[in-house]
Ligand binder design. Structure first.
Ligand SMILES: Cc1cc2nc3c(=O)[nH]c(=O)nc-3n(C[C@H](O)[C@H](O)[C@H](O)COP(=O)(O)OP(=O)(O)OC[C@H]3O[C@@H](n4cnc5c(N)ncnc54)[C@H](O)[C@@H]3O)c2cc1C
Length: 744
């Protein structure tokens, strides 16, 4: 375990802004090759193709297979059903992602009479109900009130993404939670002993550290902290002190916070055992107090690296270090947060690990900076809602797309020892040729909405019928068949590169860089990724009849391995079923790393993983679905498989009643290296490389695996990273316009 005390962030990045070199000598028309079509790559393309660049950057996106989206790709399968890599929710603090998305819909200017998803408000809908569950029960269903404004609105003068703002918000929440505690706690003490703190002038004396010290002394001296009223008053004082930050001597608050925590512990101890609701409140209070004490102890308000100085610790470990109780550290809430981030090393649920700086920053943003709603659900597949609009806007702006182009190698020009080096060539497999050398048209129209299909349109491909008959798998890492090869030369075919592939693909496509650059080698070794798994169930009965009481909800912390699930019934209207389902749920979670011996370079590996997910999903349904849907089982407690709707069935047909029916549902094992989920394990963050890194003067990187500040495996990190990559090339967007980018 690391020693207690601040850790200095590793400064391994040479920043440079908008100074990448064009080797062709062209300055008015720079050829940019963007490899990959995930969130990060799309964000970079959107930024570089902005009209204010006046066409300076001529962009080509190279994407393997037939669709954009990467880990966020979705497709339309049988019955136009939406098929996802996994449940995707957008948090209300995703300011960069929402801002770009809103601009995209505005620029598209879809006619609402012709297209049902014309505006971003049609595309995303607030999800205020969030639950935390456990294996045995569903519980902790909370309604999160709307936050001011909407994500992506211009920020006001007040910047919520600062340590002092998090501290103030945590103090306000603490005070509110305590004030709402029912009178069972400390009833006699409520009558008051010593001076009445609620009417005293204590809380105003914070203009200097001497006054603050005097006030803290008064609180401690009079014993007012033995009453709930006194504790609430003290927390109000703490809140005002945080508001006055950066007032010197804030750590004078430490003894006050210690005593508040101690007294609260005593007061709650007797009552929480029998009252689960109060216990949940107390756990939040306990965790917030640990955060505040830790923030003071680690001097987070003046630490130049901000929360990053905590990244050597695991989040739970750091909270424990700062006084959080074992009960709250192991609470359903904490488990739910790890589950949401799939924060399990090697996908092993016995090894939860999440770097403390990132874990805290993510939680604080999630709870304290959301706008509109804490979570947002998409109104169709992520491909339809996010990547089709981006594709259409980028096409209009003149961006070219080369589908079926799989990057095989990034070839370096300068001797490996020379710094900065440069990319001399990009070598691609051409997986399939498009007929008449046209550009592949990837979208399909589903009742007026442009969508991505789950399979390529072979009709557009040379020899398409043969490729289909032979079962070419364009999205499989293990598929090595190709129709041709292509090499792009620097200065002739491209000037600059944005590398937007997933981290898992880097060792494969950047062998030369990894072999010659110790920082890249360390990054691919230290920054961890895991496979993930997901399935979707379409049921013929509505949620209420299945036993779900209440509104549609998203829940984390539930039974493993599919610990996160969401009620997605709103998507059924997007699909076209012969027999219409009435319920739809999505489930996903980390997948245990298959044994190394099985990770062979073969197609069979992916096939076996898919079979494993199917078996695990069937087992999970048998054991766990009844906890959330108690009426989905028959009188002997067995799941009624006939509830599952098959896209191939017709009205009046008799559904089979055994588990073979699961074959009609959708499931996926996300084991392709590029699709592996990026973890933020302690001790790994300083090995990430920034899109602003200057080791190669015509190469920048974009992805949720880069050092982008947020550094979590999520859409917002990818968008921030893509914007940073654009900044590395064009000095735009300005760093201060990348919202929440609080990197030193
Ligand atoms: C199951 C699951 C659930 C998730 N849920 C959420 C959620 O609810 N909310 C959230 O915010 N985030 C979620 N995430 C994380 C989110 O999906 C990612 O953070 C984000 O999509 C990463 O985007 P990216 O651009 O960094 O990388 P990617 O999406 O991985 O994009 C990489 C791109 O490179 C392409 N590529 C790879 N190799 C090559 C090659 N050799 N040649 C050409 N192209 C190549 C890929 O096809 C892809 O287009 C989830 C992830 C998973 C796996």
């Amino acid at each position: 375990m690391p020693a207690v005390g601040p850790v200095t962030a590793c400064e391994n990045v040479l920043h440079h802004f908008g100074k990448m070199k064009s080797r062709s000598g062209r300055t008015d028309r720079i050829e940019v090759a963007i490899v990959g079509g995930g969130c990060a790559a799309m964000a970079a393309a959107v930024e570089l193709s902005r009209p204010q660049h006046r066409g300076k950057y001529h962009i080509t996106v190279y994407q393997s297979g037939w669709r954009l989206g990467g880990k966020g790709a979705s497709g339309r399968g049988p019955a136009d059903r939406i098929e996802e890599h996994g449940l995707h929710l957008w948090m209300g603090f995703y300011e960069n992602a929402f801002r770009l998305m809103r601009e995209c819909y505005a620029e598209l200017g879809r006619d609402p009479l012709k297209c049902r998803i014309a505006d971003w408000r049609d595309a995303f809908v607030a999800e205020p109900f969030i639950g935390i569950g456990s294996e045995a029960r569903r519980q902790w269903l909370a309604h999160f009130p709307p936050g001011d404004g909407l994500p992506g609105d211009p920020l006001t003068d007040y910047n919520p993404f600062t340590t002092s703002s998090y501290l103030v918000r945590s103090a306000t929440l603490l005070r509110t939670l305590l004030a709402s505690v029912p009178p069972t706690v400390d009833e006699p003490a409520r009558q008051g002993r010593g001076p009445d703190p609620s009417t005293s002038a204590f809380d105003l004396n914070i203009a200097s550290s001497a006054e603050m010290q005097a006030t803290v002394r008064q609180y401690l001296k009079y014993g007012v902290l033995t009453t709930v009223t006194g504790l609430v008053s003290a927390l109000r004082f703490v809140e005002l002190a945080f508001r006055a930050a950066p007032l010197p001597g804030l750590n004078l608050l430490m003894p006050l916070l210690e005593t508040v925590a101690e007294n609260l512990n005593q007061q709650f101890a007797g009552v929480i055992a029998d009252d689960p609701e109060l216990r949940s409140v107390w756990e939040v209070v306990d965790l917030l107090l640990a955060f505040q004490r830790g923030a003071l102890r680690f001097n987070l308000l003046s630490e130049p690296s901000g929360f990053d100085c905590l990244n050597a610790y695991d989040t739970r470990e750091w909270l424990r270090l700062n006084g959080a109780s074992e009960r709250s550290i192991n609470s359903d809430l904490m488990r739910g947060l790890y589950d949401l981030a799939m924060a399990y090393e090697d996908g092993d649920v016995r090894r939860p690990r999440m770097a403390a700086g990132l874990g805290l920053r993510a939680c604080l943003r999630m709870f304290f900076t959301y706008r509109g709603a804490m979570m947002w659900k998409m109104q169709a597949g992520m491909g339809d809602i996010v990547f089709a609009p981006f594709y259409e806007v980028l096409k209009r702006r003149g961006v070219s797309f080369k589908f079926f182009h799989r990057l095989r190698n990034v070839s370096l020009g300068a001797p490996a020892t020379e710094a900065p080096g440069h990319v001399a060539a990009l070598e691609f497999d051409v997986q399939a040729e498009v007929k008449n050398a046209d550009e592949y048209q990837p979208l399909i129209d589903i009742r007026g909405l442009p969508c991505w299909p789950s399979a390529p349109d072979y009709g557009q491909l040379v020899d398409g019928a043969r490729l289909r008959a032979e079962g070419w798998e364009f999205e499989s890492h293990w598929e090595r068949r190709r129709s041709g090869a292509m090499t792009l030369q620097v200065g002739k075919d491209f000037d600059l590169v944005v590398l937007g592939v997933g981290l898992g693909a880097i060792p494969d496509v950047c062998g030369e860089i990894v072999a010659s650059n110790p920082r890249w080698a360390a990054m691919v070794e230290r920054v961890k990724t895991i496979p993930t798994q997901a399935f979707q169930l379409w049921l013929r009965t509505d949620m209420a009849s299945l036993g779900w009481e209440g509104l549609p909800t998203t829940m984390s912390g539930f039974a493993k391995p599919f610990d996160t699930w969401a009620d997605m019934r709103h998507l059924i209207r997007e699909e076209k079923w012969p027999v219409r389902p009435r319920s739809l749920i999505y489930l996903c979670g980390a997948m245990r790393e298959p044994p190394k011996t099985r990770r062979r370079e073969s197609h069979n590996f992916a096939k076996r993983c898919r079979e494993q997910v199917r078996d695990d999903a069937v087992a999970w349904i048998r054991s766990n679905l009844r906890t959330i849907l108690p009426k989905s089982v028959n009188t002997s407690g067995k799941f009624r498989w006939e509830l599952l709707v098959d896209p191939g069935e017709s009205v009046g047909s008799r559904p089979s009643r055994d588990e073979s029916r699961f074959a009609s549902q959708f499931w996926t094992a996300n084991v392709n290296p590029s699709d592996r989920y990026v973890l933020s394990v302690p001790g790994s963050i300083e090995y990430r490389i920034s899109p602003l890194d200057y080791s190669y003067d015509n190469l920048t990187i974009a992805g949720d695996w880069t050092d982008c500040g947020l550094n979590l495996g999520c859409v917002e990190s990818a968008f921030i990273s893509g914007r940073l990559a654009a900044h590395a090339i064009a000095a735009l967007p300005k760093l201060e316009d990348i919202i929440g980018y609080d990197h030193p």
